[in-house]
Design a protein around this ligand. Structure first.
Ligand code: NG1
Length: 502
């Protein structure tokens, strides 16, 4: 098998490692999935596929501006059993809250953006596979009915990429059942593009790490074209993920949160290019801040963030000012979806170009610094941990103050993590709720978790939702605050060798 092929695993150990108790848990999970599949559809699944969530260690809200990011895959994943059958795209979910959903087999079907449902992400993947094959000049696969059963363990709305885990797993399910071999790079690329059908203008980080993740190493993911480089985390470093327990519904709130940030960054790129003397025609084509960094830096002695402060004003920009500045109607620059953000911004505080661009340039610089510290041959462990922690703290301050994507609960949780001894702590993923990631010494991980639990989760004034979570999980918060190591990426599992249903 080529290095870039999607792995075909014969045994659960290849995906989940060798810890007997965790393997036992996974075996029980896969067995339950298999047996429910047989009950529902009256046949055996042909394949089981899986793809994980991720935690981003550094590099927030910069992937869609063309910059590299540094995430690692986590062990929580989405697993799908799949077989041919029927005359529809038929979806079921192991979670009883999710009723069966049926979709047509037409790859050109529209995704119903206004009715958000988990099934939409599967339709995105289905469309994505067909579009990818058409673009690659390959023959269209036959349209036969598909029966899927999904089981997701990545917490939703938590910044750990449950949506990418589902889109990637669904892509692998469709590919596997058609017997189509596609490289990891290709899946990462089309899975990122097709997720846009749900209405978020996302970058490609989540899909890339979900597919290219690897046990034991974090990855520096770069774009255009997408690629992944191993980053070995220092010995003795441990990352603790803690959920603020406020849900961030990215697809629902896209127009005034995530997509608005993408719009602000895009307009900042054009405005900066014009301010640097780039011709209006060329400036209008600059969509990424990465494409203008060089000219902006040149305007301020090599420091792009300082260039931003010099060339853009603080506070909100409104449509009239933007159109005068850019010299064209906004319609010419932004597609319909992004104009929905502009319309919303008009009603409130406008679009904040300076702060957003400043964040992007500073955050983008922290990513190669993080990698360089991890790999520095002459730096001792303690010095590495301290420097990585400082970068994470700086990232949090920038997300909170310039990108304004933190939240009251995230700020409180970060403060609790720092007070409990985190070397660095920050929100991870899109923000506006969801999880934090903290760097601690491995030896301190247990006492750290206990201290954060006491300070944040056990205090109803800090976190109201924790008591309910405890009650629903037999008193445990293990699913809410946990340590995490780099885990393996997407895989297809060979049903014949897994020993299920025996
Ligand atoms: P999460 O938090 O998983 O929704 C989102 C984007 C990423 C990236 C981060 C912010 C999607 C699918 N993912 O992640 O591409 O932009 O926000 O760094 O939209």
């Amino acid at each position: 098998m080529q290095k870039d092929s999607i792995p075909l695993a014969n045994r659960l150990e290849e995906v989940y490692g060798t810890d007997p108790s965790y393997l036992g848990e996974q075996h029980a999970r896969y067995t339950a999935l298999h047996s429910r599949f047989v009950d529902l559809y009256g046949c055996q699944p042909e394949f089981i596929v899986r793809s994980p969530g991720r935690v981003n260690l550094i590099g927030e809200h910069i992937d869609y501006m063309g910059y590299g990011v540094l995430p690692m895959a986590i062990k929580q994943d989405t697993v799908i059993a799949v077989a041919r059958g029927g005359d529809k795209l038929r979806l079921n979910n192991m979670a009883s809250a999710h009723a069966e959903q049926d979709f047509s087999l037409d790859p050109a079907q529209e995704v119903d953006r206004d009715n958000h449902s988990w099934g939409n992400y599967v339709v995105c993947a289905y469309k994505g596979v067909h579009e990818h094959l058409a673009r690659a000049g390959q023959p269209a696969p036959p349209l036969f009915g598909l029966q899927l059963l999904v089981e997701g363990r990545v917490p939703q709305g938590s910044g750990l990429s449950s949506s990418a885990a589902l889109v990637c797993a669904a892509s692998l399910a469709v590919l596997a059942v058609h017997g189509i071999a596609v490289s990891k790079h290709e899946v990462a690329q089309f899975a990122a593009e097709c997720e846009k059908y749900v209405g978020t203008q996302s970058g490609g980080m989540d899909q890339a790490i979900s597919i290219m993740g690897q046990a034991g190493v974090a990855k520096l993911i770069s774009f255009n074209p997408v690629r992944a480089e191993d980053v070995r985390l220092p010995d003795g470093a441990m990352f603790v993920i803690a959920n603020s327990l406020t849900v961030s519904k990215k697809a629902v709130s896209a127009d005034f949160q995530y997509n608005m940030r993408v719009t602000e960054c895009r307009l900042a790129a054009v405005a900066l290019a014009l301010a640097c003397g780039v011709s209006p025609v060329e400036a209008g084509q600059r969509k990424l801040l990465a494409e203008v960094e060089e000219v902006v830096a040149a305007a301020a002695g090599g420091d792009a963030a300082a260039g931003v402060d010099k060339l853009l004003h603080d506070g909100g920009y409104f449509k009239a000012e933007l159109e005068e500045l850019l010299g064209v109607p906004l319609e010419q620059l932004l597609n319909e979806h992004q104009l929905r953000c502009v319309a919303l911004a008009e009603k409130s505080t406008g679009l904040w170009l300076q702060k957003r661009a400043r964040h992007v340039f500073r955050e983008a610089a922290r990513v190669p610094q993080f990698r360089a510290i991890c790999h520095a041959p002459d730096l001792g462990t303690e010095a590495k941990l301290a420097s990585l922690g400082a970068l994470m703290d700086a990232s949090q301050a920038s997300c909170r103050d310039d990108f304004v994507c933190s939240s009251t609960n995230l700020d409180r949780l970060v403060a609790a993590c720092k007070a409990a001894g985190a070397l660095g702590s920050r929100l991870t993923g899109a923000g506006w709720g969801g999880c934090t990631v903290s760097l601690v010494r491995e030896a301190d991980a247990c006492s750290f978790v206990a201290a954060v639990t006491h300070a944040y989760y056990d205090d109803p004034e800090q976190c109201e939702a924790a008591a309910g979570e405890r009650e629903a999980h037999g008193g445990s918060l293990d699913h809410v605050i946990f340590t995490s190591r780099p885990s393996s990426g997407g895989a297809i599992l060979d049903i014949a060798t897994l020993g299920l249903g025996a």
